[in-house]
Structure formats: structure tokens, C-alpha cells
Design a protein around this ligand. Sequence first.
Ligand code: CP
Ligand code: NVA
Length: 302
Amino acid sequence: MQHFLSINDLTPAQILALIELGKKMKHDYAPYSQALAGKSVVTLFEKPSLRTRVSFDIGINKLGGHSLYLDQQNGALGERETVQDFALNLSRWCDAIVARVFSHTTLEQLQKYATVPVVNSLSDLYHPCQGMADFMTLAEHHNDLSQVALGYVGDGNNVTHSLMIAAAKLGAKMVVVCPAGHFPDGHVVQQCQQLAQQHGGELVLSSDVSALEGVDCLYADTWVSMGDSTPLGQVKATFMPYQINQALLDLTGAKHVLHCQPAHRGYEISSEVMDGPSSLIFDQAENRMHIQNAILYTLLKD
Ligand code: CP
Ligand code: NVA
């Protein structure tokens, strides 16, 4: 493992090993408390963040490392100087670069020119740290992830893509239910169909919430992602039938609910469900830190 831009960079065995390591760290950080001693990680953000910024910063501290936050005070990456020069400079000081960017191609440029590992902490195409935290959370409730059926409902986006790749590689079932015009990217769908076939998984796409009947877990994300200026109120009528609420839990029989957050209560998820007994949402947020620590440890250990 040299970089982590997509879950596609990992084999199924690597995904499972990272989840096991994340669980081990969560249980006890003592054996890892100096794992990143003397190492510095730059975390840079072109977009806002709560969970990602805080979980990387505090997580790196738990491993004995140092993290440096770079916001976009100098404008978007590539404006003041090229992404190439940015990567070449940062590589002279730090040991890894964690980046949240508008365009996935910025990450590919960073990866091309950096001489240190690059980690994707969200792009327009993928949110792989999120997808890994989500499957770690599912692994806390299921011994065999290949037996899990995950139902994603809402807007097909970066988070959906990472979940679909992880599910397909792990041989799990994933049902993606979106209103017409809001399905995940066609190329990613095609790739995941092939991966699912190869690994014994299943990917189902539908606009009908009844396709979610029988899933173990329902998953929501925002209806409007960062970088899209459409007001949430404007898409409400289209997406409201896809809200995760008690009626959808009853219809599907799902035991658990996940949401990557930030959540818009009363839109993609009801408060009743978010705060209810099915919600694993705050475990999921906590697990971002543990899985990211497993990823950084694995990238930097040699
Ligand atoms: N889930 C997630 O990435 O949250 P933030 O945007 O707050 O980092
Ligand atoms: N799909 C969302 C995820 C936020 C963590 C976005 O890109 O804004």
C-alpha cells in the first residue's frame, strides 16, 4: 500500500486486515502510541469538515505523530502554484499528505508528484476513509461481512461509490435506491457490477424503496453534496420519498442505520431514527478515527 485514493486500491484481504487493525487500535492504543513518533502528516482541505479534520488530528496524536492543518487561505489548490510544486514542496517536510479536494484529478496530481503517501479524505468521486469506517462499523455487528446486505438510499455520490466498491470487493450485497437522475456514476456502477461478480457480491439499483426490503442496514447521506450550490429545499420534493424514517425501517426490517454526516435532520433522515436504537451513526463517526489510524499506520510503518 503506497497511497490510498480509493478502496479500489485495496485487495479484499487488505480491506479486512485494515478493519481488524482499526478494531484492535480502538480496543487499546497502548501498543501504537509511538507508531508515528517523529512523523508529520499534512491534512489539507479545499472544503469544510468537522469529522475528518478532527479525527485525523486527534488520531495522529494518539499514534504519537504530529499533524498540520492547511486550509485554503491561499485559494484552491493549483491557483497560487501548481499542484505539482505543492506536492514536491510538501514532500520535503512531511511524511504523508491527507487531502480533501473538489476534483479527484487534484488527488491524482498530488499522488503523481508527491514522494510521500497521499490519502483521499474526500473528492467528488470517492470518500474511501468513510467507506472503510462504515464497513468497520458493520463488522462490529456482523462476523462475516460477505453476508451483509447494505441499503443506500438517496443521492448517488462519492460516499455511495466508496461503499459500492467495498461491498463488491467483500462479496456483500448492496442495494442502491435513488430517484431518477440521481444514480451513482455509470462507470463506477459498471466496475462494481464486475467486482461483485468476481467476489460473489451483488449490486442492485432501483428507484423503488421496496427494493430495500430485507437489508440489514440502511444508509443515508446528504441530498446535496459539497460543491453543489443547489438549495436543499429545492430538491426536497424529489428526495422526500427516500427519507430514512421509522416507516422505512418498518418496511425494510433493517436493524441498523448509518449516516456519514453532516446530517440534515428532517431531510434525508428523521431525528427519531437518528437518535433511535437502530442508529450506529455516532459509532460510525468514532470509527473514522480508528480506521484512518490503521490506514496511516499501514502506509507509514516501513
Ligand atoms: N463524514 C465526513 O467526512 O464529515 P466531515 O465533512 O465533517 O469531515
Ligand atoms: N457526499 C457528501 C459527503 C460529506 C461527508 C459530500 O460530498 O458533501
